[in-house]
Write a protein that binds this ligand. Structure first.
Ligand code: 5AD
Ligand code: SF4
Length: 504
């Protein structure tokens, strides 16, 4: 073999996925930790699938792994920081430091706790945690994947020189090749192109959720909201051919999955690149009609591309779940304009009206950012009044976090952190009350629930309704996991329903 690969590495005959010349590593171990959104969760399922197919074995802790991968999120600063603190824990321990740590463990040097990465501020409490977490990472391959990888690029090698692989989501097809290059002796490899028109399709996805199968139908984002890193970290929109999506859905149904969730940062901006040229609502319908599929979900929808045809598809096909996640971000048109959201409060409310006019109730959830630069008290109150008007079933609310490369980074009139915190708390209180009242109205109704959890307490089960509400319920049945059952609501909490099984 003239590949210059180390001993023990063999070259696989190209399979259908055509990774010619990429080595198989029988029994080599990897650890993969995922931060962030469902897109990342699903990307990790695909990464794991690709590595497992090459003979790797997944392990539950980094100590036991040869390859350590972090699939990262940079949507808000806190998420990105978490990754660097994880990487700090992997900094190789030098001889002098190892001696020092051993002494410290013997209680000889209690005063000096400075063991963090250079330049990193360490509190005493954190240093203590690092001591227990730090591991011997010499000889391991450490890789950073996902949004932080794309955003920081080779800068990660400077901040954490023990990292040898940096790869953004638009380059995951190259991952096996990149790992092979490291094993062949390269010190550092990167996959950072975003100008690919490919999506990360793989036949071998290791699915973590046995009840809900995720499927990416569109990658990247072209929307350019002024606060958001996604267009930089995930690149431009690329849709997957409808034929390939439907083929995967049929395979999932054959494998026993009855619920699929179509994923995309702006899932309803789907544009079929094949001659079939399906609209998003037509794709939804086609997926819903695959034999064996009982539930179709989709997230996240962008208000600009949300039309009546989607509501009509939901109405016509009970298999399409009665839940739409439609991020609004703010209730004030002035803020929406500064965010470049491409709609006004009134235009957003027109989309809500489409859903409220549907034949069956549609559960609506949203994302909101508080404290965007220039957001006045009056703007914030408009967001609160939007909550009252829409009556969301759930809200994910965030303090605005300034992000690198984004246009809003340079906007004037930043809102102080404590004021953002105040607004967030007010908003969450208001929404909690709305949800409590909304959920109380459901007491006495019966819903179909896909059972996906069993409590340690006897006869206690949990699952999700089509509207994606969590239902905790009682049933004396012995085995229900994966079943669809009828549950009558007996009481309600702001974030979940409580009920009893009344039939199948
Ligand atoms: N600051 C705070 N929240 C953000 N989001 C995206 N970018 C930022 C940011 N810079 C939120 C939006 C988006 C959700 C996934 O994350 O609400 O819909
Ligand atoms: Fe970010 Fe806006 Fe794209 Fe959503 S639509 S991923 S918020 S740029």
């Amino acid at each position: 073999m003239a590949t210059g690969l180390p001993a023990g590495v063999t070259v696989e005959t190209p399979g259908r996925s055509g990774q010619a010349g990429v080595p198989v590593r029988q029994g080599e171990t990897f650890y993969l930790e995922t931060f962030g959104c469902q897109m990342n969760d699903h990307d990790s399922e695909k990464v794991a699938g690709v590595l497992l197919a090459r003979g790797y074995r997944q392990v539950e802790n980094p100590e036991a792994a040869k390859v350590i991968l972090y699939n990262t999120c940079s949507i808000r600063e806190k998420a990105a920081q978490k990754v660097f603190s994880r990487l700090g824990e992997l900094r190789p321990v030098g001889d002098a430091e190892r001696r020092w740590m051993e002494e410290r463990e013997l209680g000889l040097r209690k005063a000096d706790l400075e063991i963090g990465a250079p330049g990193e501020e360490e509190s005493e409490q954190r240093a203590g945690r690092v001591k227990t977490r730090r591991l011997q990472s010499t000889g391991k391959i450490i890789g950073v994947l996902g949004c932080v990888a794309q955003q920081e690029g080779e800068g990660i090698f400077e901040r954490a020189p023990w990292v040898s692989l940096v790869c953004g989501s638009a380059s995951y097809r190259k991952l096996p090749q990149l790992i092979a290059e490291l094993e062949a002796g390269n010190r550092r490899v990167t996959g950072l192109d975003t100008d690919t028109d490919e999506t990360f399709e793989t036949e071998i996805t290791r699915r973590d959720n046995p009840f809900r199968a995720y499927l990416t139908i569109i990658e990247g984002c072209d929307k350019a909201c002024s606060y958001c890193v996604v267009p930089f970290t995930r690149g431009p929109e690329r849709s997957r051919a409808s034929g390939s999506i439907l083929q995967e859905v049929r395979q999932l149904a054959d494998a026993g999955y009855s619920e699929v969730q179509l994923l995309g940062q702006t899932v309803n901006s789907y544009a079929d690149p094949s001659v079939t040229n399906m609209r998003f609502s037509e794709l939804l319908t086609a997926v819903a009609e695959v034999p064996g599929i009982r539930r179709v979900r989709f997230t996240t929808s962008h208000p600009r591309d949300f039309g009546k045809d989607i509501v009509e598809a939901i109405d016509a096909h009970p298999t399409i779940c009665d839940h739409v996640h439609l991020p609004v971000q703010s209730g004030a048109t002035a803020v929406l304009r500064a965010m470049t959201r491409t709609y006004s409060r009134e235009e957003y409310l027109e989309k809500i009206a489409l859903m409220k006019a549907a034949k069956r109730p549609i559960s609506i959830t949203t994302d909101i950012i508080v404290g965007f630069p220039g957001e006045t008290e009056k703007d914030f109150e408009e967001t609160l009044s939007l909550l009252d008007e829409v009556q969301y079933d759930s809200v994910f609310a965030f303090k605005y976090s300034p992000r690198p490369n984004t246009p809003s980074l340079k906007m004037p009139d930043a809102i102080p952190e404590d004021e953002k915190g105040r607004r967030l708390a007010i908003l969450m209180d208001r929404q909690r009350e709305i949800q409590r009242l909304q959920n109380e109205k459901l007491v006495g109704e019966t819903f179909e629930v896909l059972v996906d959890g069993k409590s340690r307490r006897e006869n206690q089960w949990s699952g999700h309704t089509s509207s994606n509400r969590i239902m905790n319920f009682t049933s004396p049945e012995q085995e229900l996991l994966g079943d669809y059952v009828q549950v009558k609501v007996t009481s309600a909490l702001p974030n979940s329903l409580v009920g009893e099984m009344v039939g199948r």
